[in-house]
Design a protein around this ligand. Structure first.
Ligand SMILES: [Ca+2]
Ligand SMILES: [Ca+2]
Length: 260
């Protein structure tokens, strides 16, 4: 995938149904996929903005099965330097797309919002939502487990740059903001009374409540690791090709402070 520096990548659906990424500015009348997407949120802030965004990103959104997630991740998380590979999210390593599974040297589906925090299950829904699912080495995935995100004590040798301790996980700097924006998305996307996911300030070992921390730290990470082209590209692909909804905090990073 070409590495664009243009402010906006425009996805074009070809007649054949094939997706192409235009990496250079496209002449008029190219209309961004999300040109009117956020109309209902215009001028709002705080809880009203959150409510509006919940409606926007839920309306018309589709779900995929847990099995379909394998193929989707091969597209959303393709290594830009090697199209046969996916990028492992925390590790930053590249690994063959065909090596999916739970064994040594394979990759599996990391839930950035842990399944146990609110019993997400793997039925189509929050537990299969691509906006927070990423490829990861199964061992690294297991060591992150269901820990909250927070500043953590010990360097994690199997994935350099990451840190861990008894009750928390700290991803490498390059994905700290990505993690934060995924967590914020989940909190706004899932508002059902029975499964209202929320970002919490507390870090509790093996927490089963539908909450994930630590809010103040995630906000700092969001500021220090701003949205980049690869994150925007991923958001576009999920919107255009899989779920038809967007992560508003990738499109509008300024909304994090308004809501959280
Ligand atoms: Ca990043
Ligand atoms: Ca919520």
């Amino acid at each position: 995938m070409p590495n664009s520096t243009s402010p906006r990548r425009v996805l074009t659906v070809l007649a054949a149904g094939v997706l192409a990424l235009a990496s250079t500015p496209v002449a008029a009348p190219a209309v961004a996929a999300d040109a009117d997407y956020y109309d209902a949120a215009r001028g709002l802030s705080g809880e009203r903005l959150k409510d509006a965004l919940h409606g926007i990103i839920s309306t018309g959104a589709t779900t995929i099965t847990y099995h379909q997630v394998w193929d989707a991740l091969r597209v959303t998380d393709e290594d830009p330097g090697n199209r046969a590979d996916v990028m492992l999210f925390y590790s930053g390593f590249s690994r063959s797309k065909s090596r999916n599974g739970g064994g040594k040297g394979q990759w599996n589906r990391e839930h950035v919002w842990p399944q146990s925090h609110g019993n997400l299950t793997t039925n189509p829904g929050p537990g299969t939502d691509l906006h927070h699912l990423r490829p990861e080495d199964p061992e690294v995935n297991g060591d992150r487990g269901n820990k909250d995100f927070d500043v953590s004590d010990k360097p994690y040798d199997k994935a350099p740059g990451n840190r861990v301790d008894g009750d928390s996980w700290e991803p490498r700097d390059a994905v700290k903001g990505d993690v934060a924006r995924m967590v914020f998305y989940m909190a706004v996307r899932y508002e059902d009374r029975r499964k209202d996911l929320e970002v919490s300030e507390s870090v509790v070992r093996d927490n089963k409540k539908p909450e994930l921390g630590r809010l103040s730290v995630l906000k700092v990470w969001h500021d220090r690791d701003p949205v980049d082209a690869s994150e925007r590209r991923r958001n576009e692909i999920i919107f255009e090709r899989y779920q038809h909804n967007r992560n508003p905090f990738i499109d509008h990073p300024e909304w994090v402070d308004s809501i959280f």
